[in-house]
Design a binder for this molecule. Structure first.
Ligand code: ASP
Length: 404
């Protein structure tokens, strides 16, 4: 049986068992946590070594700059489209309709960081510290320097290249082993979420849940399908099927970073993205490209304005687009981070922060779809950029993509 089928079965059984048993199903959660820990264990060595190898094989700085430029443009454009769709549909469906606001507490805003601090924070003062504290952006910056230097020093860099390449291969091989455990991990996490989120939390906010899911799925169907079809001549069904395992893992773990090893595995093995492009675009995307999070923030901003009876004008909608794009870049790829960053969006637009408390109870449910789309957006980007560089190979001919 194919792995994605087993994961789907784990998912379905998890949902049914969670529904039948209810909150006490939480006893299986450690199985899900074990799965998350197993993948997380690989992130730092995998990202660092594969990015060093990628950057030194890309070699020439012009190409690195070109790939970097395309990646950033893709990330920004798709995120801006995502949040625009979110606002349009949140206005059409009006999830606040009929919801009565009850003051439930106070919430502190997360301040908007200064541009200079953001740039400084990209450079580690201690490379090993960046690795120990899982600081993905700093790891990426350091890895790029090491990779470029390896290719600049020629002969002398070869042993280091071979060393990092070998470690990266070892990590990829461990990802392969851990994937076999994915159906059980997904089962446990889904059973836990379904078992512990009762109807009394979900029903009052059913419209918010509906709009967030609807826009996320629409964005994937239009923007990601369109992007891989137009720029990579890849059939959308092929893309989604090839990336399904990573989507299921993101959906159940709610963490883009924890899903990263699996996302890279799927993009390389199933979609044919070269290791160089995948190890550059996907770690960067897992940290800064979050279309699902931007959609969630857009819908929630409109919902909260509605609940508090605040009318939004065009300039405020534009402000939401800019603020949510920046907030999603700054959101860490861990569960619940998008909700913390929502406070920044609300603050910028001048909306009441207490509104966050209204959606806090359903955050896990919303986090599942947004994380799923966050990683799918990175993979679509990797496919598009690999195709534009002539680095997309068709490794699974049986799925018959419409090839060039
Ligand atoms: N959990 C999301 C992710 O890892 C971030 C968020 O909370 O929006 O991509």
């Amino acid at each position: 049986m194919k792995l994605w089928v087993k994961i789907l079965i784990g998912f379905a059984i998890g949902a049914v068992v969670g529904l039948i048993i209810g909150p006490s199903i939480a006893v299986v959660k450690p199985l899900g946590d074990l799965f998350i820990r197993l993948i997380k264990m690989l992130i730092v060595p995998l990202v660092f070594c594969s990015l060093v190898v990628g950057a030194s094989s890309i070699g020439d700085l012009k190409k690195l700059g070109r790939v970097g430029g395309k990646t950033i443009v893709y990330f920004l454009v798709t995120t801006a489209i995502a949040i625009t769709l979110a606002i349009i549909f949140a206005v059409i469906f009006n999830p606040a309709g009929g919801y009565i606001f009850k003051q439930v507490g106070v919430f502190e805003a997360k301040p908007m960081p200064k541009a200079a601090d953001v740039i400084l924070s990209l450079v580690p003062t201690n490379a090993l510290n960046a690795m120990v504290t899982d600081n993905m952006l700093q790891i990426i910056v350091f890895a790029l320097f090491v990779g470029i230097a390896i290719s600049l020093i020629g002969e002398k860099g070869k042993p280091a290249f071979a060393f990092f390449e070998s470690i990266a291969e070892i990590m990829y091989s461990i990802v392969g082993m851990i994937m076999n455990f994915a159906p059980i991990g997904v089962f446990a996490l889904i059973a836990w979420v379904v078992g512990t989120s009762g109807a009394e939390v979900l029903l009052p906010l059913a419209r918010v849940i509906f709009v967030v899911y609807f826009v996320n799925i629409l964005h994937a169907l239009i923007v990601y399908s369109g992007a891989v079809y137009i720029w990579a001549k890849m059939r959308p069904s092929y893309f989604f099927r090839g990336f399904f395992e990573a989507m299921a893992v993101a959906f159940s773990t709610c963490s883009s970073s924890a899903t990263l090893p699996i996302s890279m595995h799927c993009a390389q093995e199933n979609l044919g993205v070269s290791k160089e492009i995948s190890s550059f675009v996907q770690p960067l995307g897992a940290t800064i490209n979050m279309d699902g999070t931007a959609i969630y923030q857009g819908v929630c901003a409109v919902f909260i304005a509605g609940v508090f009876g605040i009318k939004l004008g065009l300039s405020q909608y534009l402000m939401i687009i800019v603020a949510a794009t920046l907030a999603s870049i700054g959101t860490a790829g861990v569960p619940g981070a998008g909700m913390i960053m929502l406070s920044m969006v609300l603050e910028v637009v001048g909306l009441p922060l207490e509104g966050i408390l209204l959606v806090a109870g359903i955050d896990r449910i919303l986090d599942m779809i947004r994380t799923c789309m966050n990683v799918t957006g990175d993979a679509a980007g990797a496919v598009v950029i690999a195709a534009s560089e002539g680095e997309l190979t068709r490794v699974v001919p049986k799925l018959e993509p419409t090839g060039k």
